[in-house]
Design a protein around this ligand. Structure first.
Ligand code: ADP
Ligand code: MG
Length: 489
């Protein structure tokens, strides 16, 4: 069993909030507020205390990450034809986004004469889970292959909570440590994601630690979560001596140029080894200037820089692919080099995900969606929160569409996480409410999309995000949730 959250007198809680707010501002556990000015940031929404999470399941999720990395790398390389076929059929349902990503991929292949100029690919992935209390397991919510965030703030929130614990702020009477330090680990995600980018740089340079080539961060204009990204940039420079630049998709053509296939920053003629996307995952990233932004995407794909992720790797993160991969036979066929134990562990994280197409399984799922909607969440092919339809809203939503459009969705069994009455601090306000938590595990992998060779494959730390159990969605930047850390029991 686990200890309850610390119970503090009003004076001690007030002091804790002051300590936490100062720590956050002093150490970069921050975001820009909605109406931001360059010079002033505010505390990121965080929990006051770490939230309990079962240690054995946390360890399983950490252990299985490199197997997931490999699964998706294999889908993109060894199973490329299978993947491209699936994406092609998916593109028909979602012309404006999946369709455009696919079309840009096809164009890039055509314009480079059948083979893309850079076979190496970098994945910075995050597998998201919830603790399913009913059968004491961790279950996967989704596998993210593009623009995963909070690797920066996750390390910081773990350190902040350790500081509070070490400084006695969690003990109401004696200023003792409330939690044994081993029970509240700090995520190494800042360092590990930077290591992943450095690995991309190393393999770009034929296995040389070249510090002259740089990493290009492709970011959203006016990004409020830019400190999360900056923390990784600082680690990349401090630990590896590798510089980075930032550009929005809109600015790519002004700021970069391709010479003999190589990508350069125009202003300095620094050669780019890795293009790291922290944008480009949602339709809104292209909607301001579709022509320019899609053209920028094509331009980058046609360069020799390693993409994190390539268009195809991004597409492998589609919810539809996740659904197809819940089939154990397919997983076994795609993970030929993994042990039965690794495969079993991976499979144990799946809940049922059904297609809603014309196959037998699809027809069955269509009946389920109307007969037992309370067991499911309906998901379209979109990233970034706010797109899902839950439970009783599913039948009405489906009825509002033509049945031919249902194939764009997958129907996923709901996971049942426990709630915890932690305290959240958001914009100076304290909330004492039931929360549910989502565990994210980061991973990085460098692989060859042509040969399937895996050059490096690492676990890259973890993230806990929590939100009011009354809200269905968990996006932190989108304003629903907050950054948390684990108390392992
Ligand atoms: P997105 O790509 O928008 O992040 P997700 O698949 O992560 O989509 O779903 C968004 C949120 O919906 C999750 O953070 C989680 O809170 C909730 N959710 C998604 N799938 C499930 C599920 N199977 N059971 C319970 N909650 C879910
Ligand atoms: Mg998600």
């Amino acid at each position: 069993m686990y200890k309850d959250f610390p119970s503090l007198s009003p004076e001690n809680e007030k002091e804790l909030v002051e300590k936490l707010s100062h720590w956050a501002l002093a150490n970069g556990l921050v975001m820009y507020p909605p109406q931001w000015q360059l010079h002033s940031a505010s505390n990121a929404p965080i929990t006051m205390f770490p939230t309990p999470f079962p240690r054995d399941l946390f360890e399983n999720a950490m252990k299985v990450q490199t197997v997931f990395n490999e699964l998706y790398a294999n889908v993109v390389s060894h199973e490329k034809v299978w993947l491209v076929d699936l994406i092609k059929s998916l593109a028909k349902f979602d012309k404006d986004f999946t369709g455009k990503l696919y079309e840009t991929y096809v164009k890039a292949v055509e314009q480079s004469g059948g083979t893309l100029p850079q076979p190496l690919s970098l994945g910075v992935f995050r597998s998201d889970y919830m603790y399913n209390q009913t059968d004491h397991s961790v279950k996967q919510i989704e596998f993210n292959t593009v623009s995963i965030s909070f690797g920066g703030l996750s390390t910081k929130v773990g350190k902040a909570q350790n500081y509070l614990n070490d400084s006695g702020a969690y003990d109401d009477n004696y200023s003792l440590k409330y939690y044994p330090s081993d029970d509240i680990p700090v995520s190494e995600s800042i360092a590990k994601i930077a290591d992943g980018l450095a690995a991309g740089n190393y393999f770009y340079n034929d296995e040389n630690d070249n510090k002259k080539t740089v990493v290009l961060f492709v970011v959203q204009p006016g990004e409020r979560n830019c400190f999360d990204q900056r923390l990784v940039e600082y680690a990349l420079l401090e630990k590896h001596g590798i510089k980075s630049y930032r550009s929005t998709l809109e600015e790519i053509k002004e700021k970069t140029t391709i010479n003999s296939g190589k990508l350069y920053i125009k202003a300095t003629m620094d050669e780019v080894s890795v293009v790291y996307y922290r944008s480009g995952y949602a339709p809104s990233d292209y909607s301001m200037d579709p022509e320019k932004t899609w053209d920028a995407r094509l331009h980058l794909e046609l360069s020799k820089a390693i993409k994190c992720p390539s268009l195809l790797t991004q597409l492998s993160g589609s919810k539809k692919i996740q659904q197809v991969l819940t089939d154990p036979e397919i997983v076994k066929a795609f993970l030929k080099d993994s042990s039965p134990e690794e495969i079993d562990l991976l499979l144990s994280t799946f809940v049922k995900i059904h297609p809603l197409d014309d196959t037998e399984a699809g027809k069955k799922a269509k009946r389920l969606a109307f007969d037992e909607p309370q067991k499911f969440v309906l998901k379209p092919q979109r990233e970034g929160g706010g797109n899902n339809v839950y439970k009783e809203d599913i039948p009405g939503h489906l009825k509002s569409l033509d049945e031919s459009e249902w194939g764009a969705y997958v129907l996923m069994e709901l996971i049942h996480p426990p709630t915890h009455k932690n305290k959240l601090i958001k914009e100076g306000q304290i909330y004492h409410e039931d929360i549910v938590s989502e565990l994210g595990i980061f991973g990085t992998i460098v692989f060859n999309e042509e040969t399937g060779e895996i050059k490096s494959n690492e676990n890259a730390g973890f993230l806990l995000r929590s939100k009011f159990s009354s809200s269905d969605e968990g996006g932190v930047a989108a304003g629903f949730g907050c950054v948390d850390s684990v108390y392992l029991y």
